[in-house]
Design a protein around this ligand. Structure first.
Ligand SMILES: NC(=O)c1ccc[n+]([C@@H]2O[C@H](COP(=O)([O-])OP(=O)(O)OC[C@H]3O[C@@H](n4cnc5c(N)ncnc54)[C@H](O)[C@@H]3O)[C@@H](O)[C@H]2O)c1
Length: 271
């Protein structure tokens, strides 16, 4: 039997996943529904992938058709979507992980109560596999350092309030240093990376985050340092931006596809 998949949010990630499901995973999975707050988006996407009867106009209708719901919408609604999906006895893959950062125990209880699974892809960072393993033996410290071009921070309220002129930054400048909990509030663009790291490691209050505006870089760079009983881990990911949405790293989309592959295939590689 094919896994029936519904996608909520038909932007850069949702559209890429819809294409892959219909093209590469058609033997094991079937795309059964598309939903977006902007109703023209699923219509355009369905036309592009040449599939009929996929567009639905409310979340409930999408859930009813699906075995697995992929949320690729927004961190403002991801917790609400996950709750509704799990309560209906379906599995959920969540891309807007920032919306779940403070909900881990509620999410676990809900998934257990309804005997369902929650899938959270690693996203645009490397090292989640090793961090998960190291956590079993004990992790002392987790630090995320993000380097982005200063202009990537345009429109961030925290920067505007401090009167920082992004055009005048000529050498690396630390914009923020603090907990992941504070970072996700002040830098919504960094929210998913910090959230995945916190959920898989030592939590949002203990995970440290440093955000640097670096005029030399044109990629989203994430460095992760872990100090653990099993030794030290260091990873650096230099992310190319997604052509349809420069706020999203291309690797994040591929990570969701890899997670889907893991769900569909009998062998799981990695922790
Ligand atoms: N986990 C990760 O590593 C990672 C990486 C990049 C992006 N993301 C997150 O994944 C999500 C999707 O990213 P994207 O690049 O595709 O964004 P996008 O802006 O290209 O697309 C988002 C789509 O969701 C729709 N939408 C918003 N709120 C909705 C709601 N309540 N119900 C239904 N549809 C809604 C929008 O209309 C839009 O079409 C974002 O929240 C983003 O922050 C996660």
């Amino acid at each position: 039997m094919k896994l029936k998949i519904g996608i909520v949010g038909c932007g850069a990630i949702g559209s890429s996943l819809a294409r892959v499901i219909t093209k590469d995973f058609s033997k094991q999975a079937e795309l059964v529904a598309l939903y977006d707050l902007n109703s023209s988006k699923p219509k355009i996407l369905a036309k592009r992938i040449r599939k009929k009867n996929l567009v639905v106009f409310e979340l409930g209708a999408l859930i009813l058709r699906s075995d697995l719901v992929i949320e690729a919408a927004s961190s403002r609604c991801s917790w609400g979507i996950a709750k509704e999906v799990l309560s209906s006895g379906r599995d959920v893959m969540v891309m807007s992980v920032g919306g779940l950062i403070a909900k881990y125990s509620e999410l676990t209880k809900l998934a257990k109560r309804h005997n369902c699974r929650v899938y959270i892809p690693s996203g645009a960072i490397a090292g989640i596999d090793a961090l998960k393993a190291a956590k079993i033996g004990g992790v002392k410290k987790v630090t995320l350092t993000t380097l982005k071009n200063p202009l990537s921070f345009k429109g961030v309220k925290y920067i505007e309030e401090r009167g920082i002129d992004l055009f005048k930054i000529k050498k690396d400048r630390v914009l923020f240093s603090g907990s992941a909990a504070e970072a996700v509030k002040l830098f919504p663009q960094n929210i998913n990376v910090a959230a995945v790291l916190s959920l898989s490691g030592i939590g949002q209050d203990k995970t440290r985050v440093k955000i640097i505006a670096s005029p030399k870089v044109n990629k989203n760079i994430h460095e992760i340092k872990v100090e653990s009983q099993a030794g030290n881990i260091f990873t650096r990911t230099e992310n190319i931006l997604h052509p349809d949405n420069p706020k999203t790293s291309y690797l994040a989309v591929l990570s969701a596809i890899a997670t889907l592959k893991q769900i569909l295939e009998p062998i799981r590689i990695g922790t």
